[in-house]
Ligand binder design. Structure first.
Ligand code: UDX
Length: 459
């Protein structure tokens, strides 16, 4: 019998993966799922109905099990507030996740472990109630989550009043280096609550997985290992991109923007090595119109080629005439295949908001960064990029909080030309090698994944 107990023991386990339905969270979790699948683990993605509707075109990647966040039409966009969304997601999500686990068990494909985004800690209760192990997956850096842990414990008070913040495993930080939810908790109180809740029952998680790698965050990982079964398993950048050559149709993200992908790669074709500035602020962050204009004219002032991702919702902020004046030098798209772009040898600099995925992608592909952090974890990531990993510089805002065109031009020149650029290039080589070492067979992250897999069916 194919579905009999004997047949199940033969496989290497079954993970039910629960992502938080936002691009920056979904991408790393799906990439990790791909690694597990490659190692013989059966994967089912627990997808909310609204999320499924958005990724219909990509559903051939993994089998999906449907759950509900209580907003089947439009997900978080349909809720009156993020608070209302999270509350409903917890309530309806818990019920429907439990039902999905039962359904999979009854159909002869019992789940061995629920891998859930750490911002959905209720999934661990559901897993335990169903006799299944639970792995928290943190999609942000260990350093950032250690800051959040200290906030949760009340050791770091929010909003922060000190001018220097000392946290184990981290360099001394200034308030400007802290996540915005710590310095300005009043902006998104529900998100601050969500961040604290990540740690509520983490002590009972069977695994605590981080999208990072040992050498990148050695000190903080060592410190956190004293608390929980922490395993760095990243970066979740597919090795086909680390090879910088091979292309694949499936990048396991939400990118279903094929025509734009082709336009970008075609435009990059033939450009000299390290001659192009790539600019993107991820899926959420945005500049105001003044900041956008400064960035635009700063790019023009460098005289360099640039590929700029301006989401459709942001387009109206582009200064008039900018596109006409720079059509020879620049390409503006509303989305691009970022990994493919960063892996292209023509890219010499990445002007980034320092989202964790973008930071890891640039670092593992050796692309120097100009950090323009906007909110959430980005200021801390920018601090590490500049002062710890020495992979770029941070563009500092003026007294009015605007990053001027002169600052942008100067930062781009610093990383692409001159001594600072040479130092960054040397570091870039080091990080590319260390990333490869971590994810290659037998590397630290690979071994952690192997350990996780080996204990799935024989704990
Ligand atoms: C959000 C937060 O803003 C970020 O700070 C946090 O660390 C994760 O959640 P986001 O803003 O989308 O994420 O940024 P980021 O983490 O960098 O993730 C963006 C992802 O989208 C990356 O994997 C990137 O490769 C991809 N992307 C982005 C594209 O594929 N194409 C684009 O044009 C832009």
């Amino acid at each position: 019998m194919e579905n009999g107990m004997g047949a199940q023991k033969a496989h290497r386990g079954h993970c039910l993966i629960l992502p938080y339905p936002l691009q920056g969270h979904v991408n790393p979790v799906l990439q990790f799922s791909k690694r597990l699948q490659f190692k013989g683990v059966r994967i089912t993605i627990a997808a909310t109905i609204s999320f499924f509707n958005r990724i219909k075109d990509a559903t051939s990647l993994f089998p999906l099990g449907m759950i509900s966040d209580g907003f089947d039409e439009g997900g978080a966009n349909q809720a009156e507030s993020i608070e209302a969304y999270l509350k409903k997601f917890q309530q309806v999500g818990s019920e429907t996740l439990g039902e999905l686990l039962e359904k999979l068990r009854d159909s002869g494909s019992p789940v061995d472990c629920v891998v859930y985004d750490a911002v959905l800690p209720w999934a661990l209760d559901v897993a335990k109630k169903n006799g299944v192990s639970g792995a928290a997956f943190f999609t942000q850096s260990c350093a950032v989550d250690n800051i959040y842990y200290h906030v949760y414990k009340g050791i770091v008070k929010v909003p922060v009043e000190e001018t220097r913040i000392a946290i184990p495993g981290l360099p001394d930080l200034e308030p400007a280096d802290l996540p915005s939810f710590v310095t300005k908790p009043e902006t998104y109180p529900a998100v601050v609550e969500m961040i604290r809740n990540q740690f509520i029952d983490i002590d009972t998680a069977d695994w605590v997985l981080f999208n990072t790698f040992y050498k990148l965050e050695e000190e903080v990982i060592d410190w956190m290992k004293g608390l929980w079964p922490v395993r760095p398993i990243g970066p979740t950048v597919p090795s086909m991109y680390l090879d910088k050559r091979v292309q694949d149709d499936t990048d396991y993200g939400l990118n279903v923007f094929k025509p734009m992908a082709e336009a970008c790669t075609k435009w990059l074709e033939g450009k000299a090595s390290k001659s192009v500035v790539y600019v993107s602020f991820g899926s959420l962050a945005s500049l105001d119109a003044e900041g956008m204009a400064e960035l635009a004219w700063g790019l023009k002032m460098t005289g360099k080629y640039f590929l700029w991702v301006v989401r459709a919702s942001e387009e109206s902020k582009l200064p008039k005439d900018f596109i006409n004046e720079t059509s020879e030098k620049g390409l503006i798209v509303s989305w691009c295949p970022q990994l493919e772009v960063l892996a292209d040898k023509s890219i010499g600099c990445f002007v980034t908001h320092c989202g964790w995925n973008s930071t890891l992608e640039a670092l593992s592909l050796g692309v120097p960064m100009v950090g323009m952090p906007q909110w959430t974890d980005q200021p801390t990531n920018a601090k590490y990029v500049t002062d710890v990993w020495k992979m770029g510089v941070k563009a500092e805002p003026d007294e009015k909080g605007i990053v001027t065109k002169e600052e942008i031009e100067n930062c781009i020149r610093q990383v692409m030309e001159g001594e600072r650029g040479e130092e960054i290039t040397r570091n870039a080589k080091k990080w590319v090698e260390l990333t490869r070492d971590a994810v290659d067979e037998g590397g630290t992250s690979d071994k952690n994944i192997d350990e996780f897999v080996s204990k799935l069916v024989s704990p």
